[in-house]
Design a protein around this ligand. Sequence first.
Ligand code: 5GP
Length: 155
Amino acid sequence: GQEREVLTWATFGDASRDLTKKIVDDGFVPEVVIAIARGGLIPAGAISYAMGVKAAGTLNVEFYSDIEETLPDPVVLEPLLDTDAIVGKKLLVVDDVADSGRTLALVIDLLKAHTADVRSAVIYTKPRTIVQPDYSWRETDKWINFPWSTLPVIT
Ligand code: 5GP
């Protein structure tokens, strides 16, 4: 198979602390952390604890159906985010990776309709992304194996 970027649980722990340090050093204090589910759930949880920000929400978006196989467009799935709760708030949107960047672009557009200060943080950025995340841990052009989605589903 192709070469992969493998992120272990241990390295993810360090990555989420390093990424949070970048955000804090930049002086950005979000009022709400929004995870892009499902890939951003675990990174967003780690970052919200590392920052001490208790308000956390999720926006569920699906784009990849399999490795390197996408749907025609990213789509927002249920359950939907309560947008009344984020009006005028400083938001940090968190995802695992900005690959094409289309998921992040969709989510940022959607949230910008409700509030002005929306920033984004990802573990990885790929060079082809259409939106540059505000905060990113590393760049790679390889397919990434994340620790939460590499093992088979338990049946
Ligand atoms: P994008 O919209 O930036 O192309 O990517 C959307 C989503 O696809 C990401 O949040 C992630 O869940 C998934 N994805 C994209 N690239 C990779 C990758 O290299 N590895 C894994 N495991 N998922 C990816």
